[in-house]
Design a binder for this molecule. Structure first.
Ligand code: SIN
Length: 528
């Protein structure tokens, strides 16, 4: 099948791209959107907090830039930060014009939440289900657009790459239909990856099951450079609920509204530890929670919601109030048991300021990309901002380029895959991988632990490759290979860091005196 542009991923970044590309590409532009899961199962849909942007007269682009740079701990690309932050108000305006129902007062002024690392309240939101609201608006636009053809249940396996005159370019993707296992080639002049993050490499994650890092893994196999993979943001407050199949997020906006973190013994957790207290950058709060849990042996700390009150809590956070209510916890009155959980990949496929990767005709937007906005840790609610702004820039670049025609007749078709078939061995290795990443490349890391993880992950990847060479391989091995390759990239990038910054914290580095030559950011080494 052929198109002018293929978008892989149907979350907010993918839909924002498709919608803008349709507007800029003009009549006759054929776009194909391939998504493996319904949009309700995407990370975008689950987003609670909102979109960080400058609204208040007492706020400014400069303050938002400075907050982003501070949380990014010296690893952001300041040019990209300025560019994205400046575009925020326009992105919100476009969504409002398209019908987004962001919370506002009786005069129509947007109500803003405050989250970690921000010096101002600047998070535009729809109660505690902002992602679902933005998805609602964008999905309608995408569905109305005749030039966008959406194919669901397509699991993209690999990028198609050709080399002509020593220059490589991406010409499309190979994808498997989830129901039938049929593998097909999809060819296009440009491919945009919007495949989301990789939270599933950890035992506890706020991400949905689809967050297996597949776009990043495809880029690794195609030799496309990544950046900053070491920096995995752990959200400080996921609901501790050992009986639940998925880990539920308790939005940082709850702390922004006045809730306080307590140690297992009930003492204030962040008192005296950071000037921003409970709203310090996420990496700082997550580490303190992790240390408090480790010292006490408790599986969680507490989030005291009493300062908010029951009425305000259920008005502001109806989704969280419902989920807590099912556990007998009254939001706004009770303490919620919380623990950190893997939340966001700050790094990813390295792109320029228009979302273009180092491989010709390959773009990446949203969480699978590293545009340079986040650096070593992501400022809260900057991800939806990036997911709205960067797709617009990618669409502008593609619309202004001469789109090369798709290449036909390439070899390399995969044999059919058995989609429903699992493998006990692959399942067992997947559980081991998650345990290894959580223990060795999680919130607090050691050199020995990271080395052990890297070596074991390489062996798991090799076992996957061997299993995939067999006839009619089970799907489980494809997904495990993606997880193992992305996890190994995280471990390698973490081992390359020369200093602790943002979400990377190695106990051995923390214990060493700073010596000349060890002060580099690790940035140069962290390029694959
Ligand atoms: C939250 O609501 O705490 C999450 C928002 C984000 O990850 O930026």
């Amino acid at each position: 099948m052929e198109a002018d542009v293929i978008v892989v991923g149907g979350g907010i970044a993918g839909m924002a791209f498709a919608e803008r590309m349709a507007a800029l590409g003009g009549a006759g532009m054929r776009m194909l959107m391939l998504s493996k899961a319904p949009v309700e199962a995407s990370n975008s849909y689950l987003a609670q907090g909102g979109v960080a942007t400058v609204v208040l007269p007492e706020d400014s682009v400069e303050q938002h830039v400075q907050d982003t740079l501070a949380v990014g701990a010296g690893r952001c690309d300041e040019h990209v930060v300025r560019l994205i932050v400046q575009e925020g108000p326009k992105a919100i305006q476009r969504l409002l014009e398209a019908g987004a129902r962001f919370d506002a007062d009786a005069q129509g002024r947007l109500l803003l939440a405050r989250e970690g690392g921000h010096s101002q309240a600047r998070v535009v939101h729809h109660r505690d289900t902002t992602g679902a609201e933005i998805v609602r608006v964008l999905r309608r636009r995408v569905m109305e657009e005749p030039g966008i053809h959406v194919l669901e249940h397509q699991r993209v396996l690999d990028l198609l790459v050709v080399e002509e005159g020593g220059v490589k370019r991406c010409t499309g993707v190979l994808a498997m239909h989830e129901g039938t296992g049929k593998v097909a080639r999809f060819e296009a002049g440009a491919v945009v990856l919007a495949t989301g993050g990789a939270g599933q490499v950890y035992q506890h994650t706020t991400n949905p099951p689809a967050a297996t890092g597949d776009g990043i893994a495809m880029a690794i196999r195609a030799g496309v450079p990544l950046r900053d993979m070491a920096f995995i943001q752990f959200h400080p407050t996921a609901l501790f609920d050992p009986g639940a199949a998925a880990t539920f997020l308790i939005s940082e906006a709850v702390r922004g509204a006045g809730a306080r973190l307590l140690r297992p013994d009930g003492a204030l957790l962040m008192a005296g530890l950071h000037p921003k207290g409970d709203l310090a950058p996420r990496n700082v709060v997550a580490r303190e929670i992790f240390r408090a849990m480790r010292q006490s042996g408790a599986p969680h700390v507490w989030l005291d919601t009493a300062p908010i009150g029951v009425k305000d809590f259920s008005r502001m956070f109806p989704n969280i109030a419902n989920t807590c209510g099912r556990l007998g916890i009254v939001g706004g009155r009770d303490r919620i048991p919380v623990m950190p959980a893997a939340h966001y990949s700050c790094g990813g496929i390295r792109t320029d300021d228009h979302g273009e990767s180092a491989l010709n005709n390959l773009f990446a937007v949203g969480e699978c990309a590293s545009s340079g906005l986040h650096g070593a840790d992501r400022l809260a609610s900057n991800s939806l901002l990036e997911a709205l702004v960067m797709p617009q820039r990618a669409a502008e670049r593609i619309a202004g380029a001469v789109i090369q025609p798709p290449v036909r007749g390439l070899p390399g078709q995969l044999p059919p895959i058995q989609p429903g078939l699992t493998s006990a061995r692959a399942d067992c290795l997947r559980a081991e991988l998650k345990q290894l990443m959580t223990a060795n490349v999680g919130i607090l890391r050691t050199l020995a632990g990271m080395e052990e993880a890297r070596d074991r992950l390489d062996r798991i990847s090799a076992e996957c490759e061997a299993a995939l060479r067999k006839a009619e391989p089970a799907w489980a091995w494809f997904e495990l290979r993606d997880l193992a390759q992305v996890a190994a990239a995280i471990a390698r990038s973490a081992l390359e860091q020369r200093t602790n910054a943002g979400a990377h914290w190695c106990e051995d580095l923390a214990a060493m005196p700073i010596a000349p030559g060890r002060q580099g950011s690790g940035a140069a080494a962290d390029r694959t």
